[in-house]
Design a protein. Structure first.
Length: 97
């Protein structure tokens, strides 16, 4: 009977060792779950960005309003009939007036 108790205790210790220190232990599982959560958040952000880019591509393919807006904002272009205003800042040589 003593041998059976000793064997069962040894098996319990062995199983506990694998649970806490072996391959796939609880610490690794917790760390991997955190990494999965971080990756899911990054994937959601990238999916949002991709859908915004897909919508922009669709707008660029179907109409001229998006192309016109991009040309004005990014390239500084103006359309025929527009009034062009250029603001020039006047900087003095270190003296405040």
């Amino acid at each position: 009977m003593k041998w059976l108790a000793f064997i069962l205790t040894a098996l319990l210790v062995l199983l506990q060792y694998k649970l806490w220190f072996g391959q796939g232990n609880l610490g690794n599982v917790y760390r991997l779950r955190q990494e999965i959560a971080i990756q899911k958040r990054q994937n959601a952000m990238l999916e949002d960005r991709d859908s915004a880019l897909a919508a922009q591509v669709k707008d660029l393919k179907t109409g001229t309003a998006a192309i016109d807006e991009l040309a004005r904002s990014r390239l500084g272009m103006i359309r025929k009939g527009d009034t062009f205003y250029q603001y020039v800042s006047t900087k003095t040589n270190g003296s405040a007036k």
